[in-house]
Design a protein around this ligand. Structure first.
Ligand code: ZN
Length: 191
């Protein structure tokens, strides 16, 4: 999956969770930081890939990408598993605890959930690709859906674009359905 698809998947997953579990009082800083955390969560598993946009956009990023990629066991390894979710989730929790005094009006619990939703969406999306995802590491088996590899998505091909469009429609539907909620956020941003 391309980074663009992962970005959209992360925000779509967040939108679905929020529409099922509406949050009554959200401060503006919580909304903005949760969105940022959600997008980071959506691409962070690919830090194991030196060519990921994550690294490409940084100076000497490729160099660090190589080192971190090796440390995580290579592409689609530790950061693409339940164990990786626990490790990255714990690190994100520690980081948010540390940063909380700098952003006292932010609900860091929600920010953490937004990050995790982004990360889970990444692993779910990768499960639909030919390569599959080693969900149960250290068991080195890569799971994929559907189980027949031939029917799975190839990154950048037409099927991925179809999934991208489908998610876009879901987002438009979610926004129109929860119009008042989004309007209240925009009001808060402009006031
Ligand atoms: Zn990935």
């Amino acid at each position: 999956m391309t980074a663009r698809t992962h970005d959209l998947a992360a925000i779509t997953a967040l939108g679905i969770v929020l529409s099922i579990q509406p949050q009554a009082s959200l401060t503006l800083s919580t909304v903005l930081i949760a969105l940022l955390a959600n997008q980071i969560g959506g691409i962070v598993p690919d830090v194991d890939q030196p060519t990921a946009p994550f690294w490409r956009n940084l100076p000497v990023g490729r160099f660090f990408g190589k080192i971190i990629g090796k440390g995580l066991g290579g592409h689609r390894f530790l950061s693409h598993s339940l164990l990786g979710l626990v490790i990255f989730g714990s690190l994100a929790h520690l980081l948010l605890q540390f940063l909380h005094p700098l952003m006292p009006h932010t609900n860091i619990g929600l920010v953490w959930w937004a990050f995790m939703i982004g990360m889970v969406s990444h692993l779910v999306m990768d499960t639909f690709t030919k390569e599959g995802v080693p969900w149960l590491l250290p068991i080195p088996f890569k799971f994929g859906l559907p189980p027949v590899k031939r029917l799975r998505i190839t990154t950048g091909k037409a099927a991925e674009k179809g999934v991208f469009l489908a998610m876009l429609f879901i987002d438009i539907w979610l926004v129109s359905r929860n119009y008042q909620f989004f309007l209240s956020i925009i009001h808060r941003i402009s006031s």
